[in-house]
Design a protein around this ligand. Structure first.
Ligand code: F6R
Length: 250
């Protein structure tokens, strides 16, 4: 049984463990997709959403959850990695979700990490989101330094899709996905904080004791560029789905 809480604008769903976080997250995505089959989803990569994607795949296979009219936009991509690189976020999305559901791949968008002109490609990404009349439901994880997408501490609230440098902390955190730390790209293309905050509804998933402190600061400290996730306090429809280990920090 989940517990519900609200701090300021932020609704909080407290789950027992990460399996329940995956189920509760998937429930929100499934319900909104059933209600609006042409929904525009914002999607995230990383370790946290994997269980939720597995649950959505199960719902597609066993319950006929239909993604055929869904459009998606991913948050970010490493600069220098093409979509066939096993650590690129395009590869991650195909492997962990898109290859296992009936989404039309032509309607799935991931920022390009290999664009010749990055700023033109970032502007086009923003334009493509606007052409769909914005993102209806945005999924987020949170970095241990408070980043959302690759908006690292210091990112302005008005930032939009752009190339950014990754902090030492993020490079260290993400080294676990690569052979060694030196292989982690130093730059990424990311949606901005303003891009994210324009989504009509936002769901942030966080699990594990290493996220407890940063989630508490994101919810309770005044909104500050030091903790980019704290800008979510300004969003009118934002829910954090967290496990008990994260909730212990609140
Ligand atoms: C991924 C992303 C990142 C991650 C964050 C947490 O697309 O935008 O902000 O959500 O780094 O990553 P995990 O889930 O691996 O702890």
């Amino acid at each position: 049984m989940v517990k519900l809480k609200k701090i300021g604008n932020i609704k909080i769903i407290i789950c027992q463990d990460k399996q329940e976080v995956a189920q509760e997250g998937a429930k929100i995505f499934a319900e909104d997709t059933k209600e609006n089959p042409s929904i525009v989803l914002g999607l995230a990569t990383g370790e946290t959403p994997v269980g939720m994607y597995q649950e959505l795949i199960r719902m597609h296979k066993e319950e006929g959850l239909d993604f055929s009219r869904v459009t998606s936009f991913n948050l970010d991509e490493y600069v220098g990695l093409s979509g066939d690189h096993s650590q690129s976020y395009r590869y991650f999305m195909d492997d962990n979700l898109f290859n296992h559901i009936n989404i039309d791949k032509a309607k799935t968008h991931v920022p390009s990490g290999i664009a010749e002109d990055v700023s033109v490609s970032c502007q086009k990404y923003e334009g493509d989101i606007k052409a769909q009349r914005g993102i209806d439901l945005q999924l987020l994880g949170i970095g241990s330094n408070g980043h959302i997408a690759f908006n690292e501490p210091g990112s302005p609230s008005e930032s939009r899709t752009r190339e950014v440098g990754l902090t030492e902390k993020t490079i260290k955190d993400n080294a676990r996905f690569f052979e060694n730390e030196s292989e982690v790209p130093r730059k990424a293309v990311t949606m901005g904080i303003a891009t994210i905050l324009e989504a009509k509804k936002i769901v942030l998933l966080a699990t594990g004791s290493n996220k407890a402190e940063v989630v508490a600061r994101a919810i309770k400290s005044p909104a500050t560029t030091d903790i980019p996730a704290s800008f979510l306090q300004n969003h009118p429809d934002c829910v954090f789905v967290i496990d008990q280990e994260v909730a212990n920090g609140l």
